[in-house]
Design a protein around this ligand. Sequence first.
Ligand code: 2HA
Ligand code: ZN
Length: 273
Amino acid sequence: MKFLEAQFVQKFIRMANDGWEQGWHERNGGNLSYRVKPEEVESVKECLNAGEWRPIGTTVPSLAKEYFLVTGSGKYFRNVIIDPEDSICLIELDDKGENYRIVWGLVNGGRPTSELPSHLMNHEVKFLKNEKYRVIYHAHTTNIIALTFVLPLEDRVFTRELWEMATECPVVFPDGVGVVPWMVPGGRDIAVATSELMKKYDLAIWAHHGMFAAGEDFDLTFGLMHTAEKSAEILVKMLSMRPDKLQTITAQNFRDLAVDFKVTLPEEFLYEK
Ligand code: 2HA
Ligand code: ZN
């Protein structure tokens, strides 16, 4: 099969373009990675050519020998759909989870996303909890970023405020959302902080920067990012009209919702205000 005809590649490209169309990927902002299934790697085996091994910048032993489809460092989401060979790549990890090599893509040179350590450490945390998780997505979601200037940078505040802005939120992300304070992007420290939060949540906010989402497939992961960002947009609109709410979804409303929708909503987020 031709590489670009494989369904997992098509879905990856569509998701990247959907993010671009949402306005979350100015210039080279954001990055996306997918842990490829063995049968999917097999289906494109004849298209692969191994490059040189390079250090990941962190160690992910549980992901040894796994393959990831990832966006390229400095590449624009806007261009993924028109020139995927130049914008994205398939990488293979070595048997220790310390090095990677490009086996397809980035035909004009370049490297995987600058956030590769964060992506792979998040993948590892998710993989160890639930092997079905395959997608990690980082986007510069406008309204979430705006809120990181006015809300306390606390998991419980962001979770509760986002839940309150749209009834579907506690059903879509019942575990809540974590917040990383401002940190230098691209390195191991922010990767460690984010992957720590990913042990508990599927969503992590990077203050004044954007958001990371994790999920089992492209639809769930994009949908998660989209839902949280839309809720943030409603909160920004609400706060633009007036600083307080005349009415809202109450802590007891959330408990009632949890029963009917069969989700567990941790009490730490249902505090009295
Ligand atoms: O430029 O979004 O966080 C890619 C990024 C870095
Ligand atoms: Zn970023």
